[in-house]
Design a protein around this ligand. Sequence first.
Ligand code: GLN
Length: 546
Amino acid sequence: MADRKYIFVIGGVMSGVGKGIASASIGLILQARGLKVTAVKIDPYINVDAGTMNPTEHGEVYVTSDGDETDQDIGNYERFLNIDIYRDNYMTTGRVYRSVIERERNLEYGGKCVEVVPHIPLEVIGRIKGAAEKADADVTIVEVGGTVGEYQNILFLEAARMMKLNNTDDVISILVSYLPVPSKIGEMKTKPTQTAAKMLNSAGIQPDFILCRADQPIDDPRKEKIAMFCNVHKEEIISAPDADIVYDIPLNFEKENLSEKILKKLHLEITPLDLSPWQSLIEKIKNTSGSIKIGIIGKYFETGDFILSDAYISVIESLKYAAWHNGLKPEIHWLNSDIYDGHGEKLEELKNYNCLVVPGGFGSRGVEGKIAAIKYARENKIPFLGLCYGMQLASLEFARHVCGLNEAHTTEINQETTNPIIHIMPEQAEKLAKKQYGNTMRLGNYPCVLKPGSLAAKLYDKLEVNERHRHRYEFNNDYRDMMEEAGFIVSGTSPDNQLVEIIELSENIHPFFVATQFHPEFKSRPLDPHPLFLGLIKAGLNRLRA
Ligand code: GLN
């Protein structure tokens, strides 16, 4: 077998330069050359995983099928590459140090003095190679979080340098840089990129390619300048202009023949390129007929003066895929749930939407507003999809307003409620009592059995599915019979029938009211949209037509 190849993707100039999408896109164009590709994300945080980070600050916590709480970039890799990525493909500084320390405690270094260098980079290299091995990947993309020049990711760059030294033909580095066009100067400036390349050089790494992110394509004179000052050939400077649709980026890279150039650098055979499924997707996206108005009722939107939708990226992407596959342009609106709390009149605006989503969440802020919005969606027959917390709150809403249990609550918020419709799973209560918060929820893939004849079964077109979870609380079975008698349908459960996984209302009384304890958004793919999202958008389209 040929040697495994590795591509380090490193960011320069500023954060948010798009390394994640660039890494996923590079993976995709190599996959389109017939190679088996996987991707690894390195986060420079001390946090052992992303599970304990506030979504407003860090963005979405993406859950893998094996239950790791990771960075949203893992989601980008899964969506672009259409593969499952596992725990081994994600590491943080905390995770790396923790295993080195554990190993030292177990005397696995044979009495040696264990040092930051080389033991930390060696651990990083071991993990990268382990992930490549496990995925049996021809090429492994390794995205190094952070920006070159900062203190935090230096040991990861050291790992890249050491790997290159030992396998010169098998390892390359790509610098993703940013070229500003200051409005008062009106010219694209290359100096920050030159500085970033120099800083990368001082970490012992010579970039093989420089991807030039900018709001417009980079021209020839500037390519020549960067080539000269950064010690790369002109054809290794790749234009990466802003794209309206991220799924266009792999195609943009191919306009500069990036995959062929990478194959050459890695001493791989030049195989034919087939990007046709992506080309058809882009055709579909560009040729929609009409748009659909979707409201997401959440609370992790605002940071200071800015609105960031990163916390819900998988939900947003899943909605887009479903809309595109129905020939529609998605028009997504962020609705802050706080505004509906105690302001019944504001709810009226919800009737302007073709469909509504209440995504996952934690804690008390915004909950009453979400419940009010769900009530509005139920009573006004607006297609509704609830995800995780959205399912728990839809259950509370039904218990309160249909079954008359005014006190109905989740014990996450009110432990004294006389009607704990949603309560904590016993093993979760133990963990919370011991303050074990990290990586202790019910996480990752679990099977779910569907009720024959239900809307869920119809949409999935099968009776058993596997979906990803991330929660501590669950539906309280003491209330199941009573609520079902009132028209609440439990259409999906764990195979032992103990955990409620999907609820819905009969199609006779509501066109689409479905909510899941799991997160279907983690399994939706651009070329293969999730059936529940497709169902929601179809129902939204019917409402639009009506
Ligand atoms: N807070 C709820 C729970 O822990 C829902 C979690 C979520 O929406 N991901 O059960």
